[in-house]
Design a protein around this ligand. Sequence first.
Ligand SMILES: Cc1cc2nc3c(=O)[nH]c(=O)nc-3n(C[C@H](O)[C@H](O)[C@H](O)COP(=O)(O)O)c2cc1C
Length: 185
Amino acid sequence: MRILVAITGASGSLYAQRLLENLAPAGHELHVVLSQYAPAVIAEELPGGLRLPPGAITHDLQRLSVPFASGSNAPDAMVVIPCSMGTLGRIAHGYSENLLLRAADVVLKERKQLILVPRETPLSLVHVRNFELLLQAGATILPANPSFYSRPRSVAQVADTVVARVLDHLGVAHKLVARWQEERE
Ligand SMILES: Cc1cc2nc3c(=O)[nH]c(=O)nc-3n(C[C@H](O)[C@H](O)[C@H](O)COP(=O)(O)O)c2cc1C
């Protein structure tokens, strides 16, 4: 699969880091784009910065001359993780003025898979209305709500309970977290 991972300035850079690490060995074509505010939050949250897996292709936010800016060459899937409410609202309303937003627009119109991972809490009616629009347009909203029944023992393992659900929705096999009623290792 050709997968575009977009990282925004919402809290939760670790989710993006763990997703990239778990997609890398799976042999997918991996593309990465950061929103304008993502680097500032990454600097706060990831000591040492974002580590890109070998082979990942990064893209300039302002450059639209890449394949998936056009519907004729859409990625198979796009994950916005973590997804700020600003970016989510812009996608919901069809703003397309940079590569991240245009790619999301393309993925929706071409009926490819768009997975949005917002972290925001609590939610306002504006957020919920935007969720509704995006769900109607075919996106998957997968909030960064960790689960605890796998008894995570580190922050990374807590993050993995969310990343595991993203991988499930992408159809990428993983053994990140024991499934409910499955043997714990
Ligand atoms: C430390 C930090 C954490 C933030 N966390 C969130 C968040 O969880 N959700 C959110 O919607 N915005 C959050 N923001 C605000 C966004 O970064 C801000 O709205 C920004 O303009 C989003 O731009 P972008 O969507 O282009 O990344 C946070 C900002 C900072 C500095």
